[in-house]
Design a protein around this ligand. Structure first.
Ligand SMILES: Cc1cc2nc3c(=O)[nH]c(=O)nc-3n(C[C@H](O)[C@H](O)[C@H](O)COP(=O)(O)OP(=O)(O)OC[C@H]3O[C@@H](n4cnc5c(N)ncnc54)[C@H](O)[C@@H]3O)c2cc1C
Length: 549
């Protein structure tokens, strides 16, 4: 029967084609479809969402979030609101205990909470001076995030000089510059003295993808963001993939159509304009008005577009662009029951913490990873970024059972610059080290394990070709690859030298993570260029900065 085929037919032509069905494409497509455009998303894999995925890789019905898990989306997040995601059944869970950093070999833990008073009280047990500072700095940093950092993520980046000049006009802007010009590590270490607190904050910068640049001047803004966000972490009920489903459902209602198992091989350019895409099995779709790519800028422009359409300087810059030097080695566990943390004797609520830093008792522990990644070696030290999702959301495992995962910061490359390839033997070694690390803090951990699966940066890159070597942010967060320089001055406004060809993924400002910001901003650029009636509230970086006092 003709319909029994794995290759779905594609329409001959649409208004706009999205290359890749990561969450940023799903966001941009949903916004533009609501302007009346007929848009098509072509995804290479069999499911949409890219890094926003949940899979049963250990045992049946144990759901594992292989990539994005920690989110900051709330029902009042701009994109959630605009796309009316409540209607599509998605729910964010906001655990009361936000972070746990066991120390003293696991006898005690620094916990922090949604609630600032409780968090300050926990810090006071370590250092009364740090507790006072924390309260004051939290208020100051919250104002900076609310008035500067958060709104600027929803607008195309300003050129560096203009950005600085406008910030310098206000007191708050000057304070932001003073912090941002330092390194994230200096901001933390110069502000606080208690090691578990320094470790927590440096760790929460690092998990955003700042190893090995956490000590680079120009990353201080991330310490500000990380401190405030340390009280705002959420997870998605049922697993992160529910978010990909909701984004597509919202787009689908507005007319977005996606086709999976459709890898785009080339973007056709005619008279300097992107006019069509062709898949690797020879199917072609004409794009009447635009093509937008969720795939990193270097892959889009160097691999899919004929080089004669690009100038040499851009080609050179993209070839040499700064990739993320760090990958996350993931180990996912199915558990018959939760383990008993030693610290739970005094602090029973620890298990419900959304975010665990295990093996990071001082900021020096993190610096071991930092140095190893800079030197492109695997560290001797094992530290884990972990959570027990099922404690806050029992729907992610069979009744009474649990899951956990551990991500370890590892070098993405070998010392000679070659991609690091993780073999089965490497995976087995990592799994052993990870179990040992859990056992330091929860001695009965191994007794709880029913099943285990490793997911290395090599696996991430194989599953998502948009993340080679596990490059989850489609490029480094080095200050050279930030703002209007991300990924290169000439394409940082989501436009490319090819008319009608746009970049809407994490290689663009403000970079990777499950935020939807690059997709949101790219939708705005496309809508402006096509002269569409924009239905959603827009933000303009100059207006944000000019409103500062
Ligand atoms: C281990 C790990 C843990 C993470 N944890 C978190 C976390 O807790 N919180 C968080 O916010 N973020 C996290 N991230 C980062 C987050 O997953 C990514 O930054 C985000 O998913 C990137 O979204 P995107 O839409 O820009 O691109 P992607 O998710 O990379 O999507 C791109 C899509 O394009 C498709 N594609 C590629 N090439 C083609 C082609 N030629 N044709 C058609 N389709 C193509 C890919 O298959 C993919 O679906 C994590 C990532 C990893 C790897």
């Amino acid at each position: 029967m003709a319909l029994m085929t794995h290759t779905q037919p594609l329409p001959d032509e649409v208004d706009g084609v999205f290359v890749g069905g990561g969450h940023n494409s799903l966001v941009a497509a949903a916004y533009l479809a609501r302007c009346g455009l007929d848009v098509l998303v072509l995804e290479a894999n069999s499911t949409l969402g890219g890094g926003v995925t949940t899979e049963e890789i250990t045992l049946p019905q144990f759901r594992h979030n292989l990539h994005a898990f920690f989110v900051r989306w709330t029902a009042d997040y701009t994109i959630w609101n605009d796309l009316d995601l409540d209607r599509y059944g998605v729910q964010a869970i906001f655990p009361e205990v936000q972070n746990a950093v066991p120390f003293d070999g696991g006898q005690r833990a620094l916990l922090n909470y949604r609630d600032i008073d409780r968090s300050v009280a926990a810090i006071a047990a370590l250092s009364p001076a740090d507790a006072d500072t924390y309260r004051q700095v939290h208020a100051e940093f919250t104002e900076i995030v609310d008035r500067i950092e958060a709104p600027l993520r929803f607008a195309p980046p300003l050129a560096k000089d203009e950005f600085r000049e406008r910030l310098a006009r206000s007191g708050l802007g000057r304070r932001y510059l003073e912090l941002a010009d330092r390194s994230a590590l200096d901001v933390i270490n110069d502000t606080f003295s208690a090691e578990p607190l320094r470790a927590l904050l440096a760790f929460n910068v690092a998990v955003r993808g700042y190893l090995p640049v956490i000590d680079e001047p120009g990353t201080g803004y991330c310490a500000v963001l990380a401190l405030v966000n340390s009280h705002q972490g959420r997870m998605i009920r049922g697993g992160s993939y529910e978010m990909a489903k909701a984004l597509y459902a919202s787009g689908y209602d507005a007319g977005v159509r996606a086709v999976n198992n459709s890898r785009v091989a080339s973007i056709e350019v005619s008279d300097g304009r992107a006019v069509a895409v062709e898949t690797d099995d020879g199917r072609r779709v004409r794009a009447r008005r635009f093509v937008a790519s969720n795939v990193p800028a270097d892959q889009t422009l160097l691999d899919m577009v004929e080089p004669s359409h690009l100038d040499d300087a851009l080609v050179m810059a993209l070839r040499n662009h700064r990739a993320l030097e760090e990958g996350l080695f993931g180990v996912h566990f199915a558990l018959g029951r939760p383990p008993r943390f030693t610290a739970a004797a005094e602090q029973p609520e620890i298990l419900g913490s959304l975010n665990f830093a295990l093996g990071y008792e001082s900021h020096e522990d993190l610096l071991i990873d930092h140095r190893a990644i800079a030197e492109r070696v695997v560290p001797d030290h094992t530290g884990l970024h972990s959570s027990f999702p099922t404690v806050n959301d029992p729907t992610q495992a069979p009744p009474g059972a649990h899951t956990t995962f551990a991500w370890q910061f590892v070098a993405a490359r070998e010392p000679d610059g070659a991609d690091r390839v993780w073999t089965q033997a490497d995976n087995d070694r990592q799994v052993k080290a990870v179990i040992e690390c859990y056992r330091r803090y929860a001695p009965d951990f191994e007794d709880c394990v029913l099943g285990v699966a490793a997911h290395s940066p090599t696996d991430t890159g194989a599953h998502l070709t948009s993340m080679p070597r596990g490059d989850r942010h489609h490029g480094s967060f080095h200050p050279d690859n930030w703002g209007a320089d991300r990924p290169h001055r000439s394409v940082s406004d989501y436009r490319t030298p090819v008319d009608g060809l746009y970049l809407c993924g994490s290689s663009q400002h403000p970079g990777g993570s499950f935020t939807g910001n690059p997709g949101f901003n790219a939708a705005g650029a496309i809508a402006d260029d096509l002269g569409l009636q924009v239905w959603w509230p827009r933000r303009d970086a100059t207006a944000v900065l000019d409103a500062l006092t």
